[in-house]
Design a binder for this molecule. Structure first.
Ligand code: GDP
Length: 178
């Protein structure tokens, strides 16, 4: 089938300092700049001629009070999710697992097929400080019907690109079959 022109909304979530902004900026500019403010932003990015990605990079403080309508708004808005943790930060990994539960229990969540979730272990370059094994991420993904990646926003543009392209492919499949 010929892909139709479409917009895809992706929300990037995870605790503070795991690299949400680094991943987003890396995808958009191919560059790693090291320090990022905490401005909340929605970015638009063209992927080829037929697709516009809208990426909402949002601070975790908003997601802590997961009852808030803002969290629900994100779930309503999103076609796909990038949930980021750092492989050096066990607490951030635990938060991803809570975020998955919360997303899935939000009333507007459309299900794993139509609202794909990527679990992303960032900072793979800091392997000497690793505290979360790849296998743990993989297992979490398998148990929750999500997709698992490890990336380095600092050193590997292609790893970051693969996450977003994977999500987009799944969203296209969902839209074309709906
Ligand atoms: P956010 O709060 O989740 O948006 O995190 P940031 O994108 O602001 O990144 C937090 C810190 O981690 C910054 O100092 C980044 O330079 C650093 N950082 C982000 N990604 C990586 C990575 O892949 N490797 C390393 N070594 N540092 C990273």
């Amino acid at each position: 089938a010929v892909p139709r022109k479409m917009d895809a909304n992706i929300v990037v979530m995870g605790t503070e300092s795991v690299g949400k902004s680094a991943i987003t900026v890396r995808l958009l500019t191919r560059r790693f700049i090291g320090e990022y403010g905490d401005i909340e932003s929605i970015y638009s990015h063209s992927l080829g001629r037929e697709l516009t990605l809208n990426i909402w990079d949002s601070p975790y403080s908003e997601d802590l009070s997961v009852e808030t309508s803002l969290f629900e708004k994100k779930v309503q808005w999103a076609d796909g999710y990038v949930l980021v943790y750092s492989i050096c930060d066990r607490a951030s990994f635990n938060s991803v697992s809570r975020l998955i539960e919360t997303i899935k229990s939000t009333k507007d969540y459309v299900g794993a097929d139509k609202g794909p979730i990527a679990i992303v272990g960032n900072k793979r370059d800091l392997h000497h400080r690793r505290t979360v094994l790849s296998e743990e991420g993989r297992l979490l993904a398998r148990n929750t019907d999500c997709h698992f990646y490890e990336v380095s926003a600092a050193e590997d543009y292609h790893s970051v690109r693969t996450v977003f392209h994977g999500l987009v492919d799944r969203m296209k499949d969902a839209k074309l079959t709906s």
